[in-house]
Design a protein around this ligand. Structure first.
Ligand code: NAD
Ligand code: WQD
Length: 337
């Protein structure tokens, strides 16, 4: 029996594929490569020395997706596939709703039809909106501020309704905080298409000389140094959480929600300092205006994931920075030849 991995060529998916292959899981990957490159999959093979089936299929194409189910014995799914750029989701809400929601509906129809009623879904801390306090526990009120976040919340609700209608389902909702870093080999990592929106890929490009300086988005937040505080999590630790979640799903049904973070908050300036210390590279920065929609502080209470899944983050901020830099040095243009 195989685990279907949607979006397996992407940043988090490729790291999860490595962990699943290293754990001797049989996997089948589906990705339309709209935000990734097939080379990431070659690198996964290179790191693990193992092979797997890959289908370049869009989740929106339900007939082609069904072929994957016909040709393989799928019994569970890790669902990474989706569009994820907050700004773009505000400009193109229909694209985001259609891709993320319809894609998930198609997937769930087939998982149900083929009796593979176990899904681990990539949700996000964005579903907590502007939290009233930190650290955030899973029972905090939910709200969103952009169409991307709406799609995450809607999918969480769809998956819950699915379980309510059919208790054979096992649904694990993993709410990721801020994934950063890369595999220690430097063979896979984050490969943003244009100018990076997120902090770490931007810092990495400044540190490697590809960009002149980081613009710090505001220093008048209610935090220890005025810059935004987030819970950064090493992508390999995050990938491992999916293995723990699928092991649990194999044993029991239900819907469960887990924060996947470290429980530690770092400000933008903390990260700049940590990056410089970990890598020896200089990160030039200038203080700029606030970015619309940003919040002061966001970090997890990750205890539930430890208690129930037996998962906790192992890598600290130094490893996250070192590994991000190592990936950038070895692949200055990402997966471009
Ligand atoms: P990514 O863009 O690198 O990976 C997503 C993959 O899904 C890509 O390879 C893309 O080609 C594929 N995809 C998108 N739409 C598809 C479709 N219709 N059919 C088939 N494939 C499709 O993103 P990522 O950072 O690896 O994120 C993975 C998941 O985790 C996403 O659902 C994202 O929303 C969620 N998430 C990411 C972050 C983050 O900061 N990276 C944080 C929280 C949640
Ligand atoms: C982190 C901090 C910025 C860039 C986003 C999504 C969220 C989730 C993770 C998917 C903030 C500051 C950033 C820069 C800066 N993705 N910053 N200069 O906003 O916490 O979360 O990615 O689910 O939904 O919203 O992450 O890395 O963009 O920002 O000063 O050039 O860095 O203001 O305080 P964010 P981020």
């Amino acid at each position: 029996m195989a685990v279907l991995i949607t979006g397996g060529a992407g940043y988090i998916g490729s790291h999860a594929m490595v962990e699943f292959l290293n754990a001797d899981k049989d996997i089948v990957c589906v990705d339309n490569l709209c935000n990734s490159k097939a080379m990431a999959l070659d690198r996964v093979r290179q790191i693990t020395g193992k092979d797997f089936k890959f289908y370049q299929v869009d989740l929106l194409d339900i007939d082609k997706l069904e072929n994957v189910f016909k040709e393989n014995k799928i019994d569970s799914c890790i669902h990474f596939a989706g569009l994820k750029a907050v700004g773009e989701s505000c400009e193109k809400p229909l694209l985001y709703y259609h891709n993320n929601i319809t894609g998930t509906l198609n997937l769930c129809k087939l998982l149900s039809k083929y009796g593979a009623k176990k899904i681990v879904f990539s949700s996000s801390a964005t579903v907590y909106g502007k939290p009233a306090s930190v650290p955030i526990t899973e029972d905090f009120p939910l709200s969103t501020t952009n169409p991307y976040g709406e799609t995450k919340l809607m999918i969480e609700r769809i998956l819950k309704d699915l379980w309510v209608s059919d208790n054979e389902w096992s649904v694990s909702i993993l709410r990721y905080f801020n994934p950063i870093g890369a595999h220690k080999s430097g063979l896979i990592g984050e490969d943003p298409r244009d100018i990076p929106n997120n902090l770490l890929p931007y810092i990495t490009q400044v540190a490697s000389g590809r960009r002149e300086f980081l613009s710090v988005h505001g220093n008048d937040y209610n935090t220890h140094d005025g810059t935004g505080v987030r819970d950064y999590i090493h992508v390999v630790d995050l990938a491992k959480a999916h293995l723990c979640a699928i092991e649990r799903a194999n044993k029991q049904t239900g819907v469960e929600y887990f924060n996947i973070g470290t429980g530690v908050g770092y400000s933008v300036l903390d990260i700049v300092k940590a990056y410089e210390e970990a890598t020896g590279a200089k990160v030039n920065y200038k203080i700029g205006p606030r970015r619309p929609g940003d919040i002061d502080e966001c970090y997890a209470n990750p205890e539930k994931a430890y208690k129930i899944l037996g998962w906790k983050a192992e890598n600290g901020i130094e490893d996250m920075c070192k590994d991000a830099f190592n990936w950038q040095k070895k692949n200055p243009n990402g997966y471009e030849e």
